[in-house]
Every structure is written in C-alpha cells, then in structure tokens.
Design a protein around this ligand. Structure first.
Ligand code: OVM
Length: 403
C-alpha cells in the first residue's frame, strides 16, 4: 500500500482496489493493511473513505443519522446517480420511511413465525443428507449441500411457484456485485438484468404467491394497513434478493470452516447443541457479506480526521470481525468463543432482518450432518467465486467419514 497525503488532513491514503480479482481471491492481507493504517483510510481509486477496525465499523453501523443508507449502500451515490433498480424499502432507506417496512418484515421473519418451520426444515435436512450420502461420501459441497438446501426450503417458504427458480442465484449474485464499482463482475451480469428483474418482479405479485408463505404474510400486512399495497411487492423482492445467495455462501463458509478445523467438527459431533453458536462463529470468521457503504450526512470526525458531508464510507465488516483489538486469536474458528457482537449481520437498525431464517437453515443442516458424519476433509482444492460484496465459493470438494 502506498501511503501519500490525502485530500483530507490526517487521513492515510491507499491505492488498493478492494474489488480487484487479486483482493477478492484473498482479502485478508488487505484487511490487515487497512486496519493497521489507521481508524479511517482514503481509497484514492474510488475517492471513498474506508473503516476496517471493529470500533469504527460498529460506530458507523449504529449511527444511522450521520451515516445514511438512503443514498445507497454501494459505491453508487443515489443523490447523483440513477440506481440500477428501484431502491430497496429496507436496505436503501432511512427512518422514518424505513420504519414500517422493517417492523412488518421483522414480524414476518421473526423467531415466533419461524417456529412452525423448524420441524419441517429439520426433516428436509435429514432427507437431503441421507440422499447425498446414499450417492457417495465424496462430492462438491457447494451445489450438493450449500445450494441444494436453501433452494429446497426458502423459495417454498416465501411461496413462489416452481418455474424459474434457477434465476434466484444469478439475480442475487448480480445484486451483490452491483454494490461495487462497475467492473467486469457487474458487466458480466448486466445483459441478464431485464430478464431476471422481470421474473423477480412477477414473483412479487399477490397472485403469484401461495397463501401461507412469507410473501402472503407481507401482503396480509398491507391488508391491515401496516404498509401500503405499493410497498408489498418491493418487500417480497427484498426476500428474493437477499435470502438465497447469502445463506448459500454462509453454509459453504461453515462447511469450509469445519473441513479445515477437524477438532471443531469433533466438538460439534459430541455436542450438536453447539450448532447455533457454530453458525455465528462461521459468520464472524468468514463474513459472507464482506462490505457495505454508508454516506455521510454531515462532517464526521473519525479518529483525528474529518470525513466531509456527502462522502461514501466503505465499512469492512469482514475486517472488523477479525480485528485483534476486539477478538482474541481472531483468525481461529473456535466453537468455544462467544461470537456475539460480530458485525457479519451488520448492527443497529439495519441489522439483517433474515438472520433467524439463516440460523434455522444452518442449524437444520449442521444437526443432520452431525448425526451421520464423523469427519469432514477437503478432497481437492476449493475454488472461490468472486463477487464485489460476497465472500463466496464456486467449488468445495469434500470427503466425509460416515457412520
Ligand atoms: C434488499 C436487500 C437487503 C439486504 C441485502 C441485499 C442484495 C438486498 O432489501 O433488497 O443485497
């Protein structure tokens, strides 16, 4: 990293590109450089400010008044640039407009509404694991488990039809790429946006949704007057955008973590009640969502520097989740630690509204695996999937020892 003088006094400058293929392949060295450079760093390539230490990332996340979301949580500034799709009513909104959609979705996806899904999802996970193991004990865990399970339970839980479900992963992949700069990763998805957005939009209509899913529950809230009928389809869109790729890559992260930490798998097998905490430790350790931006609404002091009003601030959730100032032995995946306080789901009023759904999916899969699998090891080199926002996998060859 070259450190030169900055447009703002007392801010170190870096010319690193966090969205380059080299960094996306292994972002950990850049995370350390940015954390050690100071509490805030100017990224000259994009003229944005970056925070990578836990304290500053946490502070920005909980300060929605001075770090707004309504100007977009990607590099693009909605004050001056046209968004690629109508902004999300949740992710890309601030109070007071954010409040009603958030309250409604919080109830629809809350622990109380998920209780009726737990037994069914446990049975689904056991069925999937039995079917996979019947085929063999060496396979690619990305398509076979990490993609297969969310695709089996989540679209049904939302209540969309069977046709076109293969569009969900490419749509989500593009949406998460679109938070970054308009690089090759965005370009490769742009030609499919009309087709994919068209399909997603059709799934959000009341008539397209089953009567008993999350989608119907959102429409029921519109009937009760808690949100407007115009807001309902955009909120269903949030589920279909943020609910699939995230859980797929979080499951991949857990499987990778256990494959590379056999002692921790032995611990889980001995005590499957560790599954819930294991999921949060994996989210801390790998941070499936690596980054989000905010936009300053006023001049904001960070450390000795002042970030001027209207600037984009890039928050490195992943770097904060491994900040040695906050975590003991941060690079170690450890079921014995308390991972609470990690910012892998964000923090504050935008904190992931779907996290209980993700946790339930992961618990179901881990518990089903722990019943039959005594060991997990890599059976070949894993291959990363590059995305401007997600820490993702294309391939994770594993060999399982089973009973
Ligand atoms: C949304 C949304 C929320 C969180 C993440 C996200 C693409 C999208 O509301 O559409 O990533």
């Amino acid at each position: 990293m070259t450190l030169t003088h900055s447009p703002v006094a007392d801010v170190p400058v870096s010319d690193v590109d966090p969205f380059s293929h080299e960094v996306l392949e292994d972002p950990l060295p850049m995370h350390e450089e940015l954390r050690e450079a100071g509490p805030v760093v100017h990224l000259s390539r994009y003229d944005v400010f970056a925070v990578a230490r836990y304290a500053e990332v946490h502070a920005a996340l909980v300060d929605w008044q001075r770090f707004q979301s309504a100007a977009g949580v990607g590099l693009s500034n909605f004050r001056t640039e046209e968004p690629w799709r109508p902004p999300s009513l949740l992710l890309e909104a601030d109070p007071p407009r954010h409040d009603a959609p958030r309250r409604v979705l919080g109830a629809v996806l809350g622990p109380r509404s998920l209780r009726r899904l737990r037994d069914a999802w446990s049975a689904d996970a056991e069925q999937l694991v039995d079917a996979v193991l019947a085929e063999g004990t060496e396979f690619d865990a990305v398509p076979t488990l990490a993609q297969a399970f969310p695709l089996r339970v989540f679209p049904d839980a939302v209540g969309i039809g069977q046709d076109g479900r293969e569009n969900l992963l490419p749509y989500g992949d593009h949406a998460f790429n679109a938070f970054g700069p308009s690089n090759d990763l965005v370009a490769k998805g742009t030609h499919r946006v009309p087709e994919l957005s068209g399909w997603v939009g059709e799934q959000c209509a009341r008539e397209a949704l089953s009567g008993d899913g999350f989608g119907a529950a959102i429409w029921a809230a519109a009937d009760r007057g808690e949100i407007t009928p115009q807001q309902a389809p955009l909120m269903v869109r949030s589920l279909l955008t943020a609910g699939v790729d995230t859980t797929v890559h979080a499951l991949s992260a857990i499987l990778y973590a256990f494959a590379t930490h056999p002692d921790q798998w032995a611990r889980l097998v001995a005590d499957p009640s560790l599954a819930r905490g294991a999921f949060d430790e994996a989210v801390r350790w790998e941070s499936p969502v690596q980054t989000f931006f905010r936009t300053t609404t006023t001049d904001v002091r960070i450390g000795d520097a002042v970030v001027p009003e209207g600037h984009k601030v890039l928050m490195f959730l992943a770097a904060a989740n491994r900040d040695p100032r906050r975590w003991t032995d941060p690079d170690r995946f450890d079921l014995g630690r308390d991972p609470s306080g990690h910012v892998g789901f964000g923090m504050g009023l935008h904190q992931c509204v779907g996290q209980h759904v993700a946790r339930l999916e992961a618990e179901a899969v881990l518990t089903a695996l722990a019943r039959r699998v005594r060991s997990i090891e890599l059976a070949g080199p894993p291959r990363r999937h590059h995305n401007n926002t997600l820490r993702a996998w294309d391939s994770l060859p594993v060999r399982l020892g089973v009973v």
